[in-house]
Ligand binder design. Structure first.
Ligand code: AMP
Ligand code: MN
Ligand code: MN
Ligand code: MN
Length: 278
């Protein structure tokens, strides 16, 4: 089984990198990419765990990028984590995360929610702060009952805990992935609330900037989503990727290695590399 999109506690996942690998191996995954948001910090541990368990580890990242005034997630797969171009975009995004977290907490305090920065920081155990960590704090403080409720009411555009993104641009992010020897794949293309026209523009621009793949199947994607993402991949002659977007072993509908099947005539990204870049 192949799973090219997973998160550890180095970003907003629950399990440490070696535990993600152990659970993946136990779940029957034999080719795994760890793709934490804006960091490669988990890759060393994941790689040694993968050796121990006899599975292939593809070093990856899920980079946040700004395109057309919105945040887009692009997977960098089989990257060289030591690349200085990659390190440079990572540090820009991490600096933005700290600034954004402070602004989010300030906005939440204006609607009466106290200590959100400290709360998110505790949830993140001192590592990078993501919206997921604010969401966990808000759920724990009973401001919302679950993730979909907390995102809808607080953490998305137009809501009190939302702050506009200033991630690196699509061009800068793609350049970095390419400089690091990786293949760039747009993650979960149907989650961006883009019209069909805008999504096609994204794919066209992505491709012209050196992007080579589209994630067409992800944990929780419906058959209709997989079909429209696959049609986009064909239209723009992009390779296809698939991954669970695993974050939390307690989540009963997103499991390591589990995502809808993809059509056999598409060009899978995993046949494009002969060996892991590790
Ligand atoms: P950030 O990178 O800090 O903007 O946080 C984005 C993360 O929030 C995503 O990677 C997801 O893990 C999580 N997220 C975004 N929207 C939702 C949602 N509706 N429900 C649950 N988690 C979400
Ligand atoms: Mn996430
Ligand atoms: Mn994502
Ligand atoms: Mn993800």
């Amino acid at each position: 089984m192949i799973d090219l999109h997973t998160h550890s506690s180095c970003s907003d996942g629950i399990l440490p990198p070696d535990a993600v690998v152990a659970l993946a191996a136990k779940s029957g995954v034999d080719c795994l990419a760890l793709t934490d948001h804006d960091t490669v910090d988990g890759l060393d541990l994941a790689c040694s765990a993968a050796r121990e368990h006899g599975i292939q580890l593809i070093p990856g990242i899920e980079l946040s990028m700004n395109w057309n005034n919105r945040g887009i997630h692009v997977l960098g797969l089989n990257i060289d984590k030591k690349s200085s171009a990659l390190q440079s975009v990572i540090s820009k995004n991490l600096k933005f995360r700290v600034e954004r977290a402070k602004k989010i907490a300030l906005k939440l305090s204006k609607v009466g929610i106290k200590d959100a920065y400290q709360g998110a920081q505790l949830a993140a155990k001192g590592r990078m702060i993501t919206r997921t960590h604010f969401a966990r704090y808000l759920i724990e403080q009973k401001y919302a009952k679950n993730f979909s409720d907390v995102f809808k009411r607080y953490m998305v555009k137009g809501k009190p805990g939302y702050v506009h993104c200033e991630w690196v641009s699509l061009a800068e992010g793609l350049d970095a992935i390419i400089a690091a020897g990786g293949i760039a794949a747009i993650a979960h293309p149907l989650r961006y609330k883009c019209s069909a026209t805008l999504l096609r523009r994204l794919c066209a621009e992505f491709k012209s900037l050196g992007g080579r793949a589209l994630e067409v199947s992800w944990g929780g994607a419906s058959p209709a989503m997989v079909q429209s993402a696959s049609a986009l991949a064909e239209r723009y002659d992009l390779m296809v990727s698939k991954g669970s977007d695993f974050h939390d072993p307690e989540n009963s509908w997103i499991k390591l290695g589990k995502m809808p099947d993809i059509a056999t005539h598409l060009k899978p990204i995993w046949t494009s590399w002969t060996d892991s870049n590790y």
